[in-house]
Design a protein around this ligand. Sequence first.
Ligand code: FAD
Ligand code: NAD
Length: 484
Amino acid sequence: MMPEAAGREFDVVVIGAGAVGENVADRVVQGGLTAVLVEAELVGGECSYWACMPSKALLRPGTALHGAQTTPGAKEAVTRTLDAAAVLERRNYFTSNWQDDSQVSWVEDTGIALVRGHGWLTGPKTVEVAGLDGTQHLLRARHAVVLATGSTPTTPPIEGLEDVQVWGTREATSASEVPERLTVLGGGVAGAELAQAFARLGSSVTLVARSGLLGNFPEEASALVAAGLRADGVELRLHTATERISRNDDGTLTVSLGGGATVTSENVLVSTGRHPALEGLGLESVGIEPGESGHLTLSTDASGLVRETPGDEPWLYAVGDAAGKNLFTHQGKYEARATGDAIAARAKGDLKGSPSDWSRYAQTANQHAVPSVVFTDPELASVGRTLQAARKDGYNASSVELPIQVAGSSLHSENYEGWAQLVVDEDRKVLLGATFAGPDVAELLHAATIAVVGEVPMERLWHAVPSYPTISEVWLRLLEKYGL
Ligand SMILES: Cc1cc2nc3c(=O)[nH]c(=O)nc-3n(C[C@H](O)[C@H](O)[C@H](O)COP(=O)(O)OP(=O)(O)OC[C@H]3O[C@@H](n4cnc5c(N)ncnc54)[C@H](O)[C@@H]3O)c2cc1C
Ligand SMILES: NC(=O)c1ccc[n+]([C@@H]2O[C@H](COP(=O)([O-])OP(=O)(O)OC[C@H]3O[C@@H](n4cnc5c(N)ncnc54)[C@H](O)[C@@H]3O)[C@@H](O)[C@H]2O)c1
């Protein structure tokens, strides 16, 4: 069916109704504009149904059980292992059984229009949608089109991979059964979290990583996570190449590793990174072509405006995973708030040119203070720059590190093991970054994020007294070691 010739007009057309698209639409509506969301699958996107929520729902019961098992007085009361069926059931609850009714109600209540279907650009400020019900729609934007289309798993070049059925993170997070054996390819965040989730649910797990585990974090921190995985029975094959995958007659899969070893399992999870989902979006219709090699990527300014947008008018934006800066829900939503507010301000003439740093229209924290948590047990939480990154960026940086050994940690659990690091800009005497590894350290992170964003002087941080006895006392020990 041909789209209506005139089409429907909105101030803003947002392609992709994941957490990030929802937030952009919400902010522009709050700013007095009209908005339509175009969604090809479930409103709520990856995070709600196949990523953050189900993966954390699979991990949390194991962490709670392990917490009790490592606390004398409680551990005597623990007589059973995880109830896998109950864990999967709880995961189903947190994904609303893969139904998006409540999110659709929110969209409607917020005053945002919704078109269900696959959308793509057909020219400046014009989006065509192939509706899921077979209808075609033409949407015109008065002010802006926002690409919030998320990301796509990157397929590694492994011989035989295309001929077998493997799991991606979607299949793993929505699994209805726990495989007897699981091979995980990729030593990043998704691989580490899901390896532990399935090991604790009863799978015999082997994780294969071509480099180290969680290589973007300080080695002392990722070593604690590696020890935690090994303690759960995960076999770690680090610095190991994957050469081939083949299916056996009994339906199992065999992965051939560099050096001649093989691993056989019922399922293989491929979690080797993701790239912005920009294919099939009609970007060529506005003059944006893919580069010579690799995947299509966009460059965006601090307000999310696509730098390659032809013409002088600011109308094409990319946010969240689609912008490819930081692939986290919280950071994507932060980008969405800035972009939504910038679009509304530009429409009213309140914002001309690029926004100033740290204004509500700029995603300045992307450059300085991106928080991230790896929800393994022990957890790994970090914000800002590592020492290496700080020096690479030209800072005169120093660091202090310590094992987490304070009254709060010894009370928290038996044989508590943790590690913490602060990275300091020696010229300005402010924090550039912090990393914590250990059981339940995720909640320590926001204090560090505030200190980095607020550029709190070290001498003033000294007056931020951690409560006794909490794990946060490690802040005091770190500041003492720094020389305060
Ligand atoms: C296993 C796993 C666990 C994760 N855990 C965490 C975590 O604990 N914390 C965290 O912060 N981050 C986590 N992430 C990352 C997080 O899921 C993403 O950063 C987040 O989902 C990005 O949100 P988004 O809205 O940009 O994209 P998405 O959530 O992917 O939403 C994009 C939406 O756009 C739609 N779409 C795409 N193309 C079109 C089109 N042409 N037309 C119409 N609709 C379209 C898609 O259907 C989708 O609904 C995890 C990721 C994975 C894979
Ligand atoms: N807790 C969280 O916030 C959380 C959890 C899971 C995922 N995520 C997000 O989702 C994104 C995707 O997660 P991910 O773990 O897939 O990506 P990742 O980038 O964290 O890790 C990918 C891993 O795969 C490896 N790899 C890449 N190509 C390979 C190849 N050809 N052969 C073997 N190994 C290869 C990399 O070396 C790396 O260790 C991440 O960027 C992350 O931001 C966040």
